[in-house]
Write a protein that binds this ligand. Structure first.
Ligand code: FAD
Length: 524
């Protein structure tokens, strides 16, 4: 079209159009004024969206979303969206999806408690999920039908507090409650209740999800089930969870909290396996830890006398284990707790005289990590090169010999080491979370704190552990996995990989979501 024709055509366009155009322009320019320099990585069309006043691009803001709890990865986003409703997120994703080939990546930022940059989005847009719930009291709704609808941004501690108001509680937890509903459901959400109830993902009825195309879809086992199963344990790859309907049970009032010590790994795991296999309901929570002499003394659970006693035991054996149990009760069941425990403890093989108990309110028990250790305020210079694994029961002795008695022995003290079993049948194999194919498998959490000087050493130790497992043919899975090649991801998901890729094609075909997981670097 010639310039003259263009002008003639323009001449036929009503003046109102130019007025509207100039309004849009002035809006765009005022947004640019407010935002400062617009990042080259993002299309300017974003400035014309009605969410523009909820976007920040200044370096102070983006710097806050450039790392995570692990402190090992750094990557700045180009912008941060502070949504006030799920629709704001959908608007952003729809725009990114329609901007191809200039689309940009997007990651939901829950509470940033990832370890390896999983919630980072270099050069893209971070969605600060917390702002969905800021100043609002309608994002957690408890139903008398024993479920709670919780926003994906909600912290589990807030879900707990709200449900307790109704005498109810979720059944399955994480050890630490300052994590978001969407963040843990994207992984699995595990703690000592999972042997009975499965991980948190096994306790969800329904989800609202904004897909990588910007569609908002409600899904459940009956409706859009492929998305439901895919998102649970799906590492944020198929959509952003904005609401989860979570199963509840009547809340107990108190917990008898026990720690039983072992000097021998087989007795320790034997008792754990007995406890998680019992059909009679005695323990409601079962976990366990490895302790070296230097690691004893970090817990307010024990009196000074008991701490000394335990230290001596650890010094004598070079490393000891304890089973951590919890028995829930309320006024109606209080009288039975001692009787039930007494007969059960007789069947266990802990070191005589090394059973310690405490009686606490249910909320204090669930919130024990925060009450004891205040993780969330960890100074920035503390790094966390953590390794979490699922190891099949059939190889746990080999793992003990090679890792606890081998690789870790060189590095005493080793920090927090969690060891406890799950029942496979409490997980739903249709969900994305990858687990070993064995009836009982253990979670192993190596959770040290490090300085900038020693994290690399601990990280190379993690590599050594993974190498050892590969060499010995231990069919483990990483929990909170981090891999950098698609071959590794393929191995991680195993038989689930093809379905995972199909779901990505269907729900996030441009691979816009959660790039920090490093599973898809381009369209699948
Ligand atoms: P983020 O780190 O913000 O995000 C994690 C991933 O999920 C990212 O890929 C992100 O894009 C995606 N994501 C976040 N929100 C959403 C959403 N709404 N929809 C879709 N995707 C989303 N895990 C356990 O299972 N059990 C434990 O006991 C446990 N204890 C922990 C204790 C501490 C101190 C820490 C630091 C971590 C612990 N974790 C535990 C791990 C934790 O569950 C995961 O790191 C989880 O992802 C953190 O949640 P977050 O809300 O901080 O998510």
């Amino acid at each position: 079209m010639s310039a003259l024709m263009a002008v003639q055509r323009l001449g036929r366009i009503p003046a109102a159009f130019f007025l509207a155009l100039s309004l849009v322009n002035s809006f765009v320019f005022s947004a640019v004024d407010r935002l400062g320099t617009w990042p080259a990585a993002l299309p300017e069309g974003l400035l014309a969206l009605d969410i523009v006043d909820k976007i920040q691009v200044d370096p102070n803001t983006t710097a806050r979303f450039s790392t995570d709890f692990g402190g090992l990865s750094q990557a700045a986003p180009a912008a941060v969206l502070y949504p006030s409703s799920p629709d704001d997120i959908a608007t952003l994703v729809r725009f990114a999806y329609s901007s191809s080939p200039s689309s940009f990546s997007i990651a939901a930022h829950g509470h940033g408690h990832s370890i390896r940059g999983q919630a980072l989005v270099p050069g893209g847009v971070v969605v600060d999920m917390a702002s969905l719930g800021r100043g609002r009291s309608d994002r957690i709704n408890v139903s008398s039908d024993w479920y709670v609808d919780a926003g994906g941004e909600q912290l589990w501690i807030d879900v707990l507090r709200e449900t307790l108001e109704h005498g109810l509680s979720p059944r399955s937890w994480t050890d630490y409650l300052y994590l978001t509903v969407g963040g843990t459901l994207s992984n699995a959400g595990i703690s000592g209740q999972a042997f009975r109830h499965g991980p948190q993902i096994s306790n969800v009825y329904e989800l609202d999800v904004i897909t990588g195309k910007g569609d908002t879809i409600t899904c459940s086992r009956e409706e859009n089930s492929d998305l439901f199963y895919g998102v649970l344990g799906g590492l944020g790859q198929f959509g952003i969870i904005t609401r989860a309907r979570i199963a509840l049970e009547p809340a107990p009032q108190r917990v008898r909290w026990l720690r039983l010590f072992y000097t021998d790994f087989s007795s320790f795991t034997g008792d754990q396996e007995l406890l998680v296999s019992m059909t009679e309901k005695v323990f409601d929570y079962v976990e366990g830890q490895l302790l070296t002499e230097k690691d004893v003394g970090n817990s307010s659970f024990f009196s000074d006398n008991d701490t000394e006693k335990i230290k001596m035991l650890a010094a004598e054996y070079g490393g000891i284990y304890f089973v951590e149990g919890g028995v829930y009760y309320g006024p109606a069941t209080a009288s039975m707790v001692d009787r039930k425990l007494e007969s059960l403890l007789k069947r266990l093989s802990f070191v005589p005289g090394f059973a310690f108990t405490k009686d606490v309110a249910y909320i204090s028990f669930l919130n024990r990590v925060q009450e004891e250790e205040t993780h969330s305020t960890a100074p920035e210079d503390v790094l966390h090169p953590w390794l979490n694994m699922f190891v099949p029961k059939s190889r746990i002795r080999d793992f003990e010999m090679g890792v606890f008695k081998g690789i870790l022995k060189k590095n005493n003290p080793i920090g927090l080491v969690l060891i406890y079993p799950f029942n496979y049948n409490k997980w739903d194999d249709k969900m994305s979370a990858a687990i070993p194919d064995e009836e009982v498998f253990y979670t192993i959490g190596l959770l040290p704190s490090a300085t900038v000087d020693d994290w690399k050493y601990l990280d190379s130790q993690n590599d050594e552990i993974l190498r050892f497992c590969h060499q010995e043919g231990i069919d483990f899975k990483q929990y909170l996995p981090h891999y950098t090649t698609q071959t590794d991801w393929k191995n991680h998901f195993g038989l689930k990989w093809d379905a995972f890729v199909q779901l990505k094609r269907r729900y996030d075909p441009q691979a816009l979501l959660s790039p920090g997981q490093r599973i898809f670097t381009s369209s699948p």
